[in-house]
Design a protein. Structure first.
Length: 653
């Protein structure tokens, strides 16, 4: 398809949808943004920042204790019961400073909302009676977090966190509490997020447009299976973003690293001088997953008269290596720190710490240590009053050379945190980056963008710099809005979905068919006799796309198959996928998984009778984020399905 045709389709879509709303459903935090699709203006993205009930929430706790390392004591604010984690370097802070650089501002504002959901707690009998299916969400986001700070809140309530990770089947996470399913939990959260966003939009210019003219973009990790993407589409429909009868393109699932790439290309292309044929790597390091992707930037010529904004019509992105990723985001740093606390305090001391106290300890690790960690600094944690120094393990007391434990302060060396908390996770990220870099043709990589909440980590940035110190690769972390790169990029994607012109297939795809039996190759167990007496081989794998194939945006493959009329009333179409390098002969080979099972009614064809063979055409589109399947019969009847993958077998992505 030529550039002019693509641009014409793009302009038609801009006239169809007036507002694009993007949701970045994250493991720890989620974001929302929107834009208007005015084809004659440069797109401006608006962030949703006013999260539910912020004005009604109690004021933030007093600033953390400022540790004066040189005089070995703690200065506390009036009313502070116990302190928070701070590096040695905080001795330079003025505790009375309320400017943007003062302690009040260290974690005062974050433009996203916690991915937390609060439900009434059910007992086992209630769960057995499937009451969880009728549970309603009590609170979400910041309100859920505040509700759990109330005394004994955990007795009557269940708070769900990190439930996005349940869609990564490789993690084998334990079931959610209350008998909730991941689909139900995600649907409930998306419903609340969506309703709040629409309420915010009703205060502005977007209220002038009918909701039917809203297009939605929902971000998903690149490492997710097709089944996981399908569940997100189902959740979006159940949450009311779109209806099952809307055009499929009204809801676009956007790969998170692709969204980040569009954000970087849109906002930083001129600053970093993205030239024609430059290659960029996106490392989207979030709370749960780390996704990597490499694009080649292609400059479009003769696009001045396209009718599109010049800033957008100048560049296209072409994927040049198969993207990769892993669940090794920043929540795994949290897990490591929690384990380190167990080691230092001992199980019997940990048992005395209330969930509320532990949440506060973890919050200040997350908000203070993670973003600015430096192995050259020491860090301190003021313990809750329930912890007595005499109860601590003897080896911890012996290592307290500076006597901090006498003041109820637990000390962490930078080397200790580096070894036990940061390096086990950061090294996995570096390994992914190194492996992705080795796949780049001729090693020609010009820029590496670090985005996402974890991507803004000072320590991760330093380690990536060290990894590429002998190359010419420029490492870039957006100074502003790194955490919003994905949601803002997804908004750009919704306005200009054709900026990404080709992708690399991450898997091999095919369908199940019965083909002629080959006595030299096929085992007797697969030999079947059709009703017309033909000897066939069952469960053959009919290839559509190979792993690592380049897939242009509108790429489709059509194949013809023969159906024996009278053998069945429905055509049972099963789509299979594998990450194996070799093309399988059968659909039940090791590593091959069924990702979709579709029943299509076979229509009555004039002048055809039982035992006649009918030719049907199956066309599949693989160039977009989701696979689309079309089935066309000789009488012109056509069936279409996109993204509806209800896998029976487990698919390990």
């Amino acid at each position: 398809m030529g550039v002019s045709n693509i641009q014409e389709q793009q302009k038609q879509q801009l006239s169809k949808y007036k507002v694009v709303i993007a949701y970045d459903f994250g493991t720890t935090y989620s974001g929302a943004a929107y834009a208007f699709t005015n084809p004659s203006a440069v797109t401006e993205v608006f962030d949703i920042k006013n999260w539910e009930k912020h004005k009604e929430a109690p004021p933030p706790p007093p600033p953390p204790s400022i540790l004066k390392r040189t005089i070995n004591r703690v200065f506390q604010y009036s009313g502070t019961t116990w302190g928070h984690l701070f590096p040695q370097s905080t001795e330079s802070l003025d505790v009375n400073d309320t400017t943007d650089h003062g302690p009040h501002k260290l974690s005062n504002f974050y433009p996203k909302v916690p991915t937390l959901s609060l439900y009434p707690r059910l007992n086992r009998k209630q769960q057995k009676n499937n009451l969880s299916q009728r549970l309603t969400l009590s609170e979400w986001g910041y309100d859920a977090k505040m509700a759990m700070l109330k005394p004994n809140a955990g007795k009557d309530n269940v708070i769900l966190s990190q439930f996005k990770l349940h869609l990564d089947e490789s993690l084998n996470r334990p079931p959610l509490e209350n008998g909730l399913t991941p689909l139900q939990a995600i649907t409930d959260y998306l419903t609340a997020l969506h309703q709040h966003t629409l309420q915010e939009l009703s205060h502005g210019f977007a209220k002038n447009y009918h909701p039917d003219t809203f297009r939605y973009c929902l971000t998903v990790p690149a490492v997710w299976s097709d089944k996981a993407k399908s569940l997100m589409r189902q959740a979006a429909i159940q949450a009311g973003l779109i209806s099952p009868y809307d055009p499929a393109d009204r809801l676009i699932l956007v790969l998170e690293p692709e969204a980040a790439a569009l954000y970087c290309e849109e906002t930083m292309a001129d600053q970093v001088q993205l030239d024609d044929k430059n290659r960029i790597m996106i490392c989207d390091a979030g709370g749960g997953t780390v996704d990597l992707i490499v694009f080649q930037v292609n400059l479009i010529k003769n696009s001045e008269n396209s009718g599109l904004p010049n800033a957008r019509s100048k560049r296209e992105l072409k994927e040049v290596t198969k993207g990769m990723g892993e669940s090794c985001g920043s929540v795994f740093l949290d897990n490591n720190f929690h384990e380190l606390l167990k080691t230092k305090l001992g199980i019997h001391v940990m048992d005395k710490i209330t969930p509320r106290e532990m949440n506060t300890m973890m919050d200040y690790f997350i908000e203070t240590i993670k973003p600015e960690f430096d192995e050259a600094d020491d860090y301190y944690l003021e313990l809750p009053r329930s912890v007595k120094v005499k109860d601590l393990p003897s080896d911890v007391r012996k290592l307290d050379y500076d006597g901090f434990l006498d003041d109820g302060i637990l000390q962490f060396s930078g080397k200790e945190l580096k070894k036990e908390v940061f390096d086990p996770v950061v090294n996995r990220v570096l390994s992914l980056i190194e492996h992705q870099y080795r796949q780049v043709p001729d090693g020609q990589l010009h820029h590496l963008f670090l985005v996402g909440g974890f991507g803004s980590s000072k320590y991760l940035y330093q380690q990536v710099q060290n990894l590429f110190q002998d190359t010419k690769v420029q490492i870039i972390c957006p100074e502003e809005r790194a955490a919003l790169a994905v949601v803002r990029g997804a908004t750009y994607f919704g306005v200009y979905p054709r900026t990404v012109i080709s992708r690399i297939s991450r898997r091999t795809y095919g369908i199940n068919v019965n083909e002629a039996f080959d006595e030299k190759l096929d085992p007797i167990s697969k030999r079947v006799i059709a009703i017309d007496g033909a000897v066939r081989c069952k469960n053959r794998f009919a290839l559509f796309v190979k792993k690592n194939d380049e897939l242009p945006l509108e790429h489709s493959i059509q194949k013809k198959f023969s159906i024996l009329i009278g053998e069945s009333k429905n055509l049972s179409l099963k789509l299979y996928a594998t990450e194996n390098d070799d093309i399988p002969r059968y659909v039940d080979c090791p590593g091959v998984h069924c990702i979709a099972s579709i029943e299509i009614p076979i229509p009555k064809i004039p002048n055809m009778k039982r035992m006649d063979r009918m030719t049907t055409k199956i066309r599949m589109y693989f160039g977009k984020t989701e696979i689309r399947v079309e089935e066309k019969f000789p009488n012109g009847e056509k069936y279409e399905i996109q993204g509806d993958f209800d896998a029976i077998d487990k698919y390990d992505s």
